[in-house]
Ligand binder design. Structure first.
Ligand code: NAI
Length: 360
């Protein structure tokens, strides 16, 4: 198939003087539907760093949504912060008005630094917001993301180590935030031996108490003896050097854009390390957010069962066979798992429609 170039459709760089809000909205693709992807609030060094992040993350959302069979394209927004405080109600209202100006081309939800409270606040001004958790449906996507990552991690371990369980498998979790902590819950239940780190010592202490996790300092984790690394902090942790040195059999985690570049993925493949591409296994949250958004807008008019358990559950469980396909194809072709998964996603986008059996 002749796949067209994969450029972004829209990039908005906006500033509001009265509330001192600066934000970037990147729409990568609307070919499969509205561009869906969270809003991140982060302390960027400058606007150009924020733009780069939004461009990379929005492309990742196109890949993630396409592979998950969702009727959504890919987008992402970032708000520039100069502190750890939450955004003000006035700033959220301004951002929500910007969403309205895009008229549904971009749909937002939670990401790092933005939670359910911020989404509810924006929803008072804009309908193009999901992750609200109204009537107990949807809401915080993190637990769903963690469960999907757990399914992916188990699949990758089975592929690499030939074991169907995680009992005694040593997993290193980098980042004990919303997703990392919830992943520890599933790993502990499955009998894995967990080593973990966070830049916030209180999170390490909590994981120790709740899940018997052995805490290490942030700069010690990559050197620790472990079978699996689960990056659950920020992106770019696997550069060429880390890929060349890391002594693990599997990498499977939640963080977006774990590979700094394509070469890092090739090095992992050459070294026989099984890398579960982030955009394949961390789709649980966006699946939940997509379901909530479609329900909210009355887009399930037929009689099919669109309950959370069915619609969301089946799609998250499908991460296992989707990842297995990628791992097998990569193994057979010698290409990196990252390259194989990107190509598959681009084929789905180029075809211009999601698999009808998997769509709404
Ligand atoms: P979070 O902000 O709740 O947690 C991130 C944690 O990582 C924090 O506890 C932070 O202290 C820690 N951290 C930051 N830098 C670190 C470092 N250098 N070493 C060790 N720990 C460090 O974020 P959340 O929601 O848990 O997301 C984690 C990752 O997963 C992010 O990359 C996010 O983009 C990605 N992701 C999250 C989804 C979700 O549903 N929340 C969905 C898909 C991807």
């Amino acid at each position: 198939m002749n796949i067209p170039p994969f450029a972004h459709e829209r990039l908005e760089v906006r500033h509001d003087e009265s509330t001192n809000l600066t934000a970037i909205i990147a729409v990568h693709s609307t070919r499969l539907g509205p561009a869906a992807g969270g809003c991140r609030r982060w302390r960027y060094a400058d606007v150009s760093e924020a733009i780069t992040d939004a461009l990379r993350l929005s492309e990742g959302m196109t890949l993630k949504n396409a592979l998950a069979g969702l009727p959504f394209g890919g987008g992402k927004s970032v708000i520039l912060a100069d502190d750890n405080a939450r955004p003000t109600a006035e700033q959220l209202a301004v951002f929500a008005r910007w969403l309205n100006e895009l008229n549904g081309e971009y749909v937002t939800a939670e990401d790092v630094g933005m939670g359910v409270a911020e989404m509810r606040s924006m929803a008072a001004t804009s309908p193009f917001v999901s992750g609200l958790g109204a009537d107990g449906i949807g809401g915080d996507p993190s637990p769903k993301t963690a469960y999907g990552v757990f399914i992916g991690l188990k699949t990758a371990v089975q592929f690499a180590l030939g074991v169907e369980h995680l009992h005694g498998v040593r997993v290193g979790v980098q980042g004990l935030g919303a997703v990392g902590m919830s992943l520890c819950h599933w790993l502990a239940r499955a009998g894995a031996e967990i080593i973990a780190t966070d830049i916030n010592p209180a999170r390490i202490a909590e994981a120790g108490e709740r899940y018997g996790v052995r805490g290490v300092a942030p700069d010690e984790l990559l050197e620790a003896e472990m079978d699996v690394l689960a990056p659950c902090a920020l992106g770019g942790v696997i550069d060429d050097e880390v890929a060349s040195k890391l002594a693990v059999r599997v990498i499977a985690g939640a963080a977006n854009n774990q590979l700094l570049d394509a070469r890092a993925g090739e090095i992992l493949a050459e070294r026989g390390i099984v890398y579960a591409p982030d955009f394949v296994i961390n789709a649980g949250g966006v699946i939940s957010v997509a379901h909530e958004y479609l329900l909210q807008r009355g887009q399930f008019a037929d009689a099919v069962d669109h309950s959370v358990e069915r619609w969301v559950g089946e799609r998250i469980d499908a991460i296992a066979h989707r990842l297995l396909d990628v791992l097998q194809q990569a193994n057979a072709s010698g290409a990196s798992t990252d390259a194989v998964a990107r190509r598959r996603a681009r084929e789905i986008v180029a075809a211009g429609r999601v698999d009808p059996a998997r769509a709404a």
